[in-house]
Write a protein that binds this ligand. Structure first.
Ligand SMILES: C[S@@+](CC[C@H](N)C(=O)[O-])C[C@H]1O[C@@H](n2cnc3c(N)ncnc32)[C@H](O)[C@@H]1O
Length: 330
């Protein structure tokens, strides 16, 4: 066997955008919903999605090649992974996540080269039209639901009573957490435009009566007091160290000694290269917010030492997400 490199890894990575686009196009056209577990012919797929038969075939063949659709003779059905996460019939629904990456992230990534060349902020910080805001918030929520479910199970909430989710998006962490822990009460603290997306989701949840929504900007407005646990999920990656330190100090001032801070994020190893998914997400945060980045738990320990927190532990959550726990010290 030769140790000589082949161009294969280059070809695979370079072609990655084509695979993404096949997946996005399938989601946007409703292919996975239409492909019931009962196998369908191409004509049935075309009729169900409203696509021309020729292009339905191109789409479906690409998805067979990628392993999201299975073909048996002249009939097609969702592969188990697509049926579980992309058909709207499984316990977790990733369609909103793919919609967010297709409609917002993908377009912004065209500017990655400019972002790395200039280091400039190329888009207004989380500046979206109302429609984009809904796509963004629901998309983030769909992605982080796995981490929210894992956190509700992995961290012991017995000793806590009142949890605030700072920058809590659609409220999915609180809805899942309070759904599993009936003794808890929750507060969602969010910017008004995100709170508007969160309210209907929270209102429709069984925990609605125990979740209060408070609108505000955590860099300008006081956080509500009286909480013994703070969730800060996928927020620090939007900012550079300066604003992270400000935010951690602000939160510390508003909670008692001993309060717990639960940071769910794409925590990396010390080199910021593992997990791979997290290392690549640094590009997402760079194009989206200019100063965004991924961080290691060593970075977090450094911030805690300056802002009144002590590192307690790190636990895996779901996929590339993990949990860093800190405790408020005197
Ligand atoms: C990537 S999303 C994470 C949402 C949620 N925590 C999750 O993990 O699913 C970051 C959230 O921070 C909120 N956010 C950003 N800046 C904020 C600010 N200055 N004050 C309050 N919320 C803010 C955004 O509205 C957005 O919902």
């Amino acid at each position: 066997m030769s140790d000589r490199p082949t161009p294969e890894p280059i070809m695979q990575v370079a072609q990655g955008f084509m695979a993404s686009k096949f997946l996005f196009a399938a989601t946007e056209t409703g292919l996975f919903e239409k492909l019931a577990p009962v196998p369908a012919t191409l004509d049935e797929v075309a009729a169900g999605t409203g696509l021309p038969p020729r292009t339905a075939r191109i789409l479906v063949d690409g998805l067979v090649a990628l392993g999201f659709v299975e073909r048996e003779n002249d009939r097609y059905r969702n592969a188990p992974v697509a049926e579980a996460f992309l058909a709207g019939r499984g316990p977790m629904d990733l369609r909103d996540f793919l919609r967010f990456w297709n409609r917002i992230s993908y377009r912004r990534w065209e500017k990655l080269e400019e972002a790395v060349r200039t280091g400039k902020q190329l888009f207004g910080e989380l500046e979206f039209t109302r429609e984009e805001q809904e796509v963004f918030s629901k998309g983030v929520g769909a992605f982080t639901t796995g981490a929210a479910m894992a956190m509700a199970a992995a961290y012991d909430f017995k000793e806590h009573r009142r949890v605030i989710d700072v920058g809590g998006g659609t409220g999915n962490f609180l809805v899942i957490l309070l759904g599993q822990h009936p003794h808890l009460e929750g507060t969602l603290f969010e910017l008004p435009r995100t709170a508007a997306v969160a309210r209907p989701t929270i209102a429709a949840s069984p925990a609605a009566a125990r979740i209060k929504v408070v609108e505000g900007d955590f860099f300008k407005d006081p956080l509500p007091e009286g909480h013994d646990a703070v969730i800060l999920a996928n927020v620090v990656h939007l900012f550079g160290p300066g604003r992270i330190l400000d935010l951690l100090r602000t939160i510390r001032k508003r909670v008692p000694d001993g309060a717990r801070l639960l940071l769910a994020d794409f925590w990396t190893d010390a080199t910021h290269t593992h997990p791979v998914f997290a290392a690549l997400m640094a590009g997402e945060f760079l194009v989206n917010s200019g100063e965004g980045d991924v961080y290691s738990d060593d970075d977090a320990r450094g911030w805690f030492a300056q802002t009144g927190w002590r590192f307690v532990e790190r636990k895996p959550l779901a996929g590339p997400q993990s949990l860093v726990v800190a405790e408020g010290v005197k």
